[in-house]
Structures are given as structure tokens and as C-alpha cells.
Design a protein around this ligand. Structure first.
Ligand code: 6PG
Length: 465
């Protein structure tokens, strides 16, 4: 066999799927896993692709199997394992060899690695789409030196998902941690989209007493309209599934506590640092944390009665509320990306980001096409002011208000939809209420304030009377 075009370390679910995808697109690939048995089994199961896969048993063999200048993809758990792997490879690689961290790294770690003076080239790459995406076409968000990206772009473009217009969803986002940052915002939005769908599901299940198979039909119907997306599609599928053990709807036998690996939390924390509000994402992270507090929720129900009483809402209102919530959430997410771009000197191209999310990734949706177009018109304008989206918000707003109000009146917690609405209402208040905050701050801390009429105002007349 000739030398491999690329190497991959870490044959877990995502690494294995990515390696097969690369081999399938015609690139010979050398692979290595910490446990040799895993490597052997992977090769044995590679079927028709086995001829393009070179299993190796030591890191030195792996490096020797790749044609120089070498490219190596790391698919190991984020954090310490990445640093350890880089350290182990350092004595084996030359200055022109390139390591690509394709895990869900915290972008601060990627920034650190990019500026640490590593003895080899380094890219940080966000990969989205789960196992299926990694195997047949993920969305790829790259970060690091543009020349390094260009070097591997032919492979990454070949393995990436293709949008409807044929464009590959593999894009260089910017220097250093830019790719992992964009992936983190993707994951924050993923949390938010999922939470808003779960809130609407709860209104249907508890408020409207609709059974899971009928909820599936509603999601299927929505998936033909403006909400068309992977997450609505899989929500229809999970709502339609039957538990093989009991014959009940599968959803009805799944415990209502959600796990998380932390990327949504990173996004919420980063948004606080950047002072770029993403309340829908924050609400989604909060809701996952609340979901984990099962025993307290059970005690709460015993003391206060179960929430989620019957409501009078139309299914059409729920669909519109979700449309509005989704637009407002993405407006927040893109504004956060703008903030980070300025703060980290990244020149992130918002239309490119909307485009790279159109296929392959978890948040892929029809609406991203229109978002890409609106951002291409003017990337500096908040998406909620883009004429096409302002009109959609206006049309869906009465439903969002009605749904959030009904939730509040009848005990359905709707933190994400509620946060979308509250943000919107704050964002169209030309005269807000922070004058009160400023007066309070001046009262107790002499912090000062600005007067509307521009007159000098060292402090307010507090306590002067
Ligand atoms: C993707 C996903 C993926 C993420 C999982 C789990 O884009 O393919 O974002 O990277 O790891 O969705 O995330 P949580 O465990 O935090 O829900």
C-alpha cells in the first residue's frame, strides 16, 4: 500500500465514522487507537474500505505510515487527552506536520494551543452531525492558520455534508479557536432549539392532552413548513416510536432528566463574558440542570401540585410561537458571534456560518438559507431587524405572547420561549428601565449617571431633602 494521505487517532464512535468517511472518499488513511484491539477490530469491520485503511499499533508506525508533510486528526476526548496526545506526537512530527483537533474542544484551549509555540502546525476543528454525520457528511468549522486549512481543505470538503446548492459544509472560520468557538455557539443553539421543541411538546402533552403518536404527526406536518429541520424531523420520529418492552409510546417511558457534556454551558458562560445576551441558550442550559433535580421536583409537585394544567391553545399558535422563538434565538446567537469576532479579532463571516450550518450538523434547517441571505445583505444588523425576519417575527408574535402567557397562567414552565419573548420586548424598548438601576447605583455607591438632556449631573439629589 502507498503511504496514507492522512492519519487519525481515536477510534471511538465519532473517530471511527470519520475515518470510514475519509476512506470512502478515496483518501488512504492510517489509524491508531490507544487500545490496539480496537484498531484491529475497526480494520476487520471496515469491509470494502479496509484496503484504504492502514491499522497501526504504535504512534511511530502511525506517523511513518503517513506521507509527509503529515496531517493527523485527533478524535480524543476534549481537554487533557488532547494535550497528552500532542505531547506524545511532538517528538515524532516535523515543523510542517499538522495536527487537527476535531473533538469538542473548549475554544479557549484551542486558542492556548494555537499560541503555545507547538513544534508542529495545529488546527482546531468543530465537527457536527453525530455519528451519522461523521460517517456520511458532517458540518465542519475550521480554525487556525488559513494556509493550514487550505492544505487539508480538499479532504475536508470531500467528506463534508453538501447543502442543497451543492456547497460543501466545510468552512474556515478564522484564526486559532474560531472554529471551536463557532461549534460551541452551534451547540448552544442546539440546546436552545431542543428546549423550545420540548416546551411545545410539553404544552401538547399536558396542556392539550395530545398522545405521542399524534404529536408525531404534528411535528411531521411542521417539518413541511418554515420549521423544517433535522431536530423537528427527529422529534417526529421519537414521538412516533413504540417501546418494544411495554408497547407504550417510547417517549412516555423515558425519564425526564437530561444529560449534558457541557458545551451549551460553555456558550452561556462565554456569552456572559462577552456581554452578548443569549437568554434562550441560558434558559436551555438552566432547564437541563433543573431537569436533573428530580427528587426536588417530585417534592415540589407534592407541595404545590403538579404544573402543566390544561390550556386552550391551537396547534397553529404553538407552531408560530416556535417559529418566533427560533428566529429570536438565532438572532441572539449570531449577535454573540459578532461580539466574539470583535473581541477576539477574528473577522468571523456570519453569512458563511449560517451557510456551514445548512447541512450535516444537528441544527441544520431550512431557515438557515434565509438567515444566510439576510446576513449577506448586512451582517452588522441584528437578524431580528432584517426585513424578512422582522416580518416573520411580527406575524408570529401574537402567538408567542399567547403561548408564553398561557404557560404562565397554567403552570407550564417555558423558560426558553419566555426568554425569547422577554429579550424581544427589551430589544424594542427605546426607553427601558435601567434609569432606575442607574439611580440606585448612584444612591448607594455614587456611581454617577448620564442625564437625558446632557446637563452635567455629578450625582442625584438623594438624601438632600
Ligand atoms: C453535534 C453535537 C455533538 C454533541 C452532542 C451531545 O453537533 O454533533 O453538538 O457535538 O456532543 O449533541 O451534547 P450534550 O451531551 O452536551 O447534549
Amino acid at each position: 500500500m502507498t503511504k496514507a494521505k492522512i492519519g487519525l487517532i481515536g477510534l471511538g464512535t465519532m473517530g471511527a465514522a470519520l475515518a470510514l468517511n475519509i476512506a470512502e472518499k478515496g483518501f488512504p488513511i492510517a489509524v491508531w487507537n490507544r487500545t490496539t484491539d480496537v484498531t484491529r477490530r475497526f480494520h476487520a469491520a471496515a469491509g470494502a474500505l479496509a484496503g484504504r485503511v492502514m491499522p497501526t499499533e504504535t504512534l511511530a508506525d502511525l506517523v511513518a505510515a503517513i506521507a509527509p508533510p503529515r496531517t493527523l486528526i485527533l478524535m480524543v476526548p476534549a481537554g487533557k487527552a488532547v494535550d497528552e496526545q500532542i505531547a506524545a506526537l511532538a517528538p515524532l512530527l516535523g515543523a510542517d506536520d499538522l495536527i487537527i483537533d476535531a473533538g469538542n474542544a473548549n475554544f479557549h484551549d484551542t486558542n492556548r494551543r494555537a499560541t503555545a509555540g507547538l513544534p508542529m502546525r495545529f488546527l482546531g476543528m468543530g465537527v457536527s452531525g453525530g455519528e451519522e454525520g461523521a460517517r456520511h457528511g458532517p458540518a465542519i468549522m475550521g480554525g487556525g492558520a488559513r494556509t493550514d486549512w487550505d492544505r487539508v481543505a480538499p479532504i475536508l470538503t470531500a467528506i463534508a455534508a453538501k447543502a442543497e446548492d451543492g456547497t460543501a459544509c466545510a468552512t474556515w472560520m478564522g484564526e486559532a479557536g474560531a472554529g471551536h468557538f463557532v461549534k460551541a455557539v452551534h451547540n448552544g443553539i442546539e440546546y436552545a432549539d431542543m428546549q423550545m421543541i420540548a416546551e411545545v411538546y410539553g404544552l401538547m402533552r399536558d396542556g392539550l392532552k395530545i398522545a405521542a403518536p399524534d404529536i408525531a404527526a404534528i411535528f411531521r406536518d411542521w417539518n413541511e413548513g418554515p420549521l423544517k429541520s433535522y431536530l423537528i424531523d427527529i422529534s417526529a420520529e421519537v414521538a412516533a416510536a413504540t417501546d418494544p418492552l411495554t408497547g407504550q409510546p417510547m417517549l412516555d417511558v423515558i425519564r425526564d432528566t437530561a444529560g449534558q457534556k457541557g458545551t451549551g454551558r460553555w456558550t452561556a458562560i462565554e456569552a456572559q463574558h462577552l456581554a452578548t445576551p443569549v437568554p434562550v441558550i441560558e434558559a436551555a442550559v438552566m432547564a437541563r440542570n433543573v431537569s436533573a433535580r428530580l427528587s426536588e421536583r417530585v417534592a415540589g409537585a407534592a407541595r404545590f401540585g403538579a404544573g402543566g394544567q390544561p390550556v386552550a391553545l391551537s396547534v397553529a399558535a404553538l407552531e408560530s410561537a416556535l417559529i418566533a422563538g427560533k428566529i429570536l434565538c438565532y438572532a441572539q446567537g449570531f449577535a454573540m458571534i459578532s461580539g466574539a469576532s470583535a473581541s477576539f479579532n477574528w473577522a468571523l463571516a456570519l453569512p458563511d456560518i449560517a451557510r456551514v450550518w445548512r447541512a450535516g450538523c444537528i441544527i441544520r434547517s431550512a431557515m438557515l438559507n434565509d438567515m444566510a441571505a439576510a446576513l449577506a445583505e448586512d451582517a452588522t444588523r441584528n437578524l431580528f431587524l432584517a426585513p424578512a425576519f422582522a416580518a416573520r417575527i411580527e406575524a408570529a408574535l401574537p402567538a408567542l405572547r399567547q403561548v408564553v402567557a398561557a404557560g404562565a397562567l397554567h403552570g407550564h414552565g417555558l423558560p426558553a420561549l419566555g426568554a425569547a419573548l422577554a429579550w424581544f420586548d427589551l430589544m424594542h424598548a427605546a426607553r427601558g428601565t435601567a434609569n432606575m438601576i442607574q439611580a440606585q447605583r448612584d444612591f448607594f455607591g455614587a456611581h454617577g449617571f448620564e442625564r437625558l438632556d446632557g446637563a452635567p449631573a455629578p450625582h442625584g439629589p438623594w438624601g438632600a431633602a
